[in-house]
Design a binder for this molecule. Structure first.
Ligand SMILES: [Zn+2]
Length: 482
């Protein structure tokens, strides 16, 4: 008997027992807590994403994935047959639009390799983003672009839980690369070739990195724009003003990484001590800083706030209480490394300029917004365990409030502003009738206590309610492994 004839009957038997009689099980079912077609979220505090004041005792109607109505609970009619949820004591805000959300995490440091090595978080990152309320995410620099593109396909097809992804291409970097997995551009032609290839593969956004040559950045910006896409940068070899004049669309991290104020800086060079100099010597209300801010606003260059990362390198930050979920999400060996790094940072507290840098970054972000700049937010989960996907996005909201924004403004920065940048504000980013039902339900009043954003209960994506604690529990001890 041939091998094929042995195998085939078994295959057919399998088909007969499962395929024809039952619809295939929804692989997302273990994470879904509400999936009725019509849902009423009753008696909630609503922060709608526009920056306007929160409203108490509201009802949000969800109908087949869209927001059908929002208004006072006393006046919004609830149709017969709707699934009604009394959410007294909860706040609802729009699904976060995370603008700096990698799908990789730094692996433990190796003495034989220079710099970081990024390990792809195929399972854990998409789940933790969704658990933290992120329903749209730009990946802002890819280490494994094919993996990121495949994760997007799986999420879009409903095979795995996660946010809607805007996949960013591989980093556009010069020499020396910070991560050995990065390609080193050999010149403007190489930059154009790289952009063309990955746009063809499905990449929809771009990021230039710290050591890119100015001429390569210029070529990359033109090529990205020729494809109708946008490009951001975590720059060092090019200052903010120079990049704005070249036509870049967005800058990551804020003034904390702008090197243009370093004395003696040469064109195209990345000075090692720029952040320390800025923290100690550059005043945010000085004329050069104000001129830089004016240039960014005038040229419509958005800035992505990533305060959680700066926070993580400040001595004694973030609070240990905040880090308990990160402890549970990391493998025990990674967590012990996290504690070691934390204690090394703490030992240097007396001479650290990091708190001063954080203060200046917060001041810069307020001034940028006051001047009319588009400030967005993302968590940038790379580091030593203090900033993980989702949790870092929650921490950002807390830090934006510490920076002086109202909770409503902080939510807007993390929702509508990103949606506007992505050109999707007609569909996502606010709570309004007709919009996609991407909603975050947290336990507590966000306007009274911003740490309520850590208590996410349900995240609606296209009107399907995902159970946040279950998503977090499903990756326990796995972050960094897969
Ligand atoms: Zn990053």
């Amino acid at each position: 008997m041939s091998r094929a004839s042995l195998v085939l009957p078994c295959v057919f038997a399998l088909c007969a027992s499962t395929g024809a009689q039952r619809p295939p099980a929804n692989p997302l079912a273990p994470f879904i807590s509400v999936d009725d077609p019509v849902i009423a979220l009753e008696h909630v505090e609503v922060i709608d994403g526009t920056g306007g004041p929160a409203k108490n005792d509201q009802t949000i109607m969800i109908d087949h994935g869209k927001i059908a109505a929002v208004g006072p609970s006393a006046s919004v009619p609830i149709p017969a047959g709707a699934k009604s949820l009394d959410l007294t004591g909860r706040t609802v805000y729009p699904g976060l639009v995370g603008m700096h959300e990698h799908l990789f995490y730094s692996e433990p440091v190796s003495p034989t390799l220079q710099g970081l090595v990024g390990g792809e978080l195929v399972d854990t990152a998409p789940r933790l983003y969704l658990a933290g309320g992120v329903t749209t995410a730009r990946t802002t620099g890819s280490i494994e672009p094919y993996t990121d593109l495949n994760i997007k396909k799986d999420i879009d097809a409903g095979r795995v839980p996660g946010p809607e992804l805007d996949v960013t291409g591989p980093y556009l970097e010069g020499a020396p690369p910070l991560i050995p997995q990065m390609h080193i551009l050999t010149g403007p032609d190489d930059a154009r070739t790289m952009v063309d290839y990955w746009v063809g593969e499905g990449v929809t956004s771009w990021k230039a990195y710290m050591h890119i040559a100015p001429a390569d950045l210029k070529a990359a910006i033109a090529e990205v724009h020729a494809h109708g896409e946008k490009i951001t940068g975590h720059l060092c070899s090019v200052g903010f003003t120079e990049a704005a004049n070249m036509g870049i669309d967005n800058l990551e991290h804020g003034i904390a990484v702008d090197t243009e104020f370093s004395p003696g800086r040469k064109e195209g060079e990345c000075p090692a001590d720029a952040a320390a100099y800025l923290a100690q010597h550059v005043e945010m209300d000085s004329a050069p800083v104000e001129t830089m801010i004016h240039t960014l606003v005038q040229k419509h260059v958005a800035v992505t706030s990533t305060l959680a990362v700066l926070d993580s390198i400040e001595p004694g930050h973030p609070p240990m209480a905040f880090m308990m979920r990160e402890r549970d999400s990391l493998p025990p060996t990674s967590w012990s490394g996290t504690l070691t790094t934390r204690s090394i940072i703490l030992e240097g507290a007396a001479t650290s300029w990091r708190p001063a840098l954080m203060k200046k970054e917060m001041q810069f972000e307020r001034k940028f917004v006051e001047a009319g700049g588009l400030l967005m937010a993302g968590c940038d989960p790379t580091g030593y365990g203090a900033v993980l996907p989702g949790f870092g996005d929650e921490r950002n909201l807390e830090l934006l409030v510490q920076a002086g924004f109202t909770p409503e403004q902080a939510i807007r920065i993390a929702t509508l502003n990103g949606a506007e940048y992505l050109g999707r504000a007609d569909r996502i980013g606010t709570i309004a009738a007709g919009k996609q039902a991407d909603l975050v339900v947290v336990n507590g009043s966000v306007t009274k206590d911003i740490t309520a954003v850590e208590r996410v209960e349900t995240v609606f994506k296209h009107g399907v309610g995902f159970d946040s604690p279950r998503l977090i529990e499903s990756v326990r001890g796995m972050v960094g492994l897969r």
